[in-house]
Design a protein around this ligand. Structure first.
Ligand SMILES: Nc1ncnc2c1ncn2[C@@H]1O[C@H](COP(=O)(O)OP(=O)(O)O)[C@@H](O)[C@H]1O
Ligand code: SF4
Ligand SMILES: [Mg+2]
Length: 334
């Protein structure tokens, strides 16, 4: 059973230079009780996707097509008021910097209590008890509920943001780069806490990150995005072991600590296409070491491949051979 079904979602921004097509027909499922990692380089549309699901988009953004089926209801069709009523209660958000969800002028405990009282209908005493319980859950000392956000370290703030997101036991949690701002050791600790809570509470999660090692560590399924499109999706272990899309192969190569072969970090050269005039064929063509003429003419559909995953590459049938080539640094250096 899926908690959320994202179907052909399109999100546009109006800009001075034209309409930027930030999300271009993305589709994927979030199965109940699973963590879906959404991964891709900066600018590929991850935050736009998260904000569209949350129903909190800048004024210049609009949903240009598609559906977001949550519990059988299309979130796209809901009024801002109905969407707001679902926020925190059904779908909660953990941002990259907790400073975006914590207000600097109020004590952290007051902010958590406010959600519990105003959104959860609790009385003051129960809210207080629940706030203590939540702090325990995320590994924070309940005595720190009286502190202001600036008195916390970065790791503590992210833990508080997790506590806040879990306050009303939402069905779906969207975490947008929840550990990116933290140093590596703290990243691991916060991720461990989050993973532990996720499995204990059976939460469904969309974990957004540019870091494929975070996906490898913490997600059951993965959705790889490139230039506003989903280009590969499937069970995380399967996709990382046998990627079928050259971009996923390249991402993997760019994080040598993942495969532990001590290989060199090989960034994928070049930049993603301009989303105001996106290519109509394969968006990765200009950076792909395996590009052929047809890649510039035909749009590769996202379709099932041998492993049971989905991939959008015209040469996915040759993936076993391309994967070997992609494992060599020289393939990516031009
Ligand atoms: N408010 C905005 N106005 C115009 N374009 C935007 C805005 N926010 C994001 N974009 C563009 O949309 C694309 C996707 O951005 P974003 O969703 O933030 O990507 P990611 O989170 O993957 O880094 C980028 O090309 C970005 O420049
Ligand atoms: S369709 Fe062609 S250019 Fe696009 S990823 Fe596949 S091989 Fe590379
Ligand atoms: Mg982002």
């Amino acid at each position: 059973m899926s908690v959320l079904s994202v179907q052909d979602l399109k999100v546009h921004y109006r800009t001075d230079r034209g309409v930027a097509q930030a999300v271009r027909g993305a589709s994927f499922e979030v199965p109940e009780g699973q963590v879906v990692g959404v991964v891709g380089e900066s600018g590929c549309g991850k935050t736009t996707l998260a904000r569209a699901i949350m129903g909190v988009m800048p004024k210049t953004a609009s949903i240009a097509g598609g559906k977001l089926l949550f519990d059988g209801v299309d979130l796209v069709s809901l009024s801002p008021k109905d969407l707001a009523a679902r926020r925190w209660r059904d779908i909660a958000f953990i941002p990259q910097s907790a400073m975006n969800s914590l207000d600097p002028v109020y004590r952290v405990g007051t902010q958590i209590a406010e959600i519990l009282i105003e959104r959860g209908g609790m009385d003051k005493a129960s809210a207080k008890r629940r706030a203590v319980e939540l702090f325990d859950m995320v590994g924070l000392d309940a005595g720190r509920l009286r502190d202001f956000p600036h008195q916390y370290s970065g790791g503590m703030r992210q833990r508080a943001a997790i506590a806040m997101a879990l306050a009303l036991e939402p069905k779906l949690v969207i975490a947008d780069e929840p550990v990116t701002a933290l140093d590596v050791i703290i990243q691991r600790q916060v991720l461990d806490t989050f993973k532990d809570l996720q499995s204990r509470l059976g939460l469904s999660v969309i974990l957004i990150t540019h870091d494929i090692s975070v996906v490898a560590y913490a997600s059951d399924r993965v959705v790889v995005m490139y230039a506003g499109e989903v280009i590969e999706a499937g069970a995380t272990a399967e996709v990382l072991k046998r990627p079928f899309h050259p971009y996923t192969m390249g991402l993997y190569k760019a994080f040598p600590e993942l495969h532990g072969d001590g290989g060199t970090l090989v960034p994928i050269e070049g930049t993603p296409p301009n989303l105001i005039h996106p290519p109509s064929a394969c968006a990765f063509a200009d950076r792909c070491p395996f590009v052929e003429q047809r890649c510039r003419e035909v749009h590769p559909p996202l379709e099932p491949v041998e492993s049971g995953s989905l991939a959008a590459c015209l040469r996915s049938g040759e993936a076993d051979r391309l994967r070997v080539l992609a494992g060599e640094a020289s393939t990516w250096l031009r």
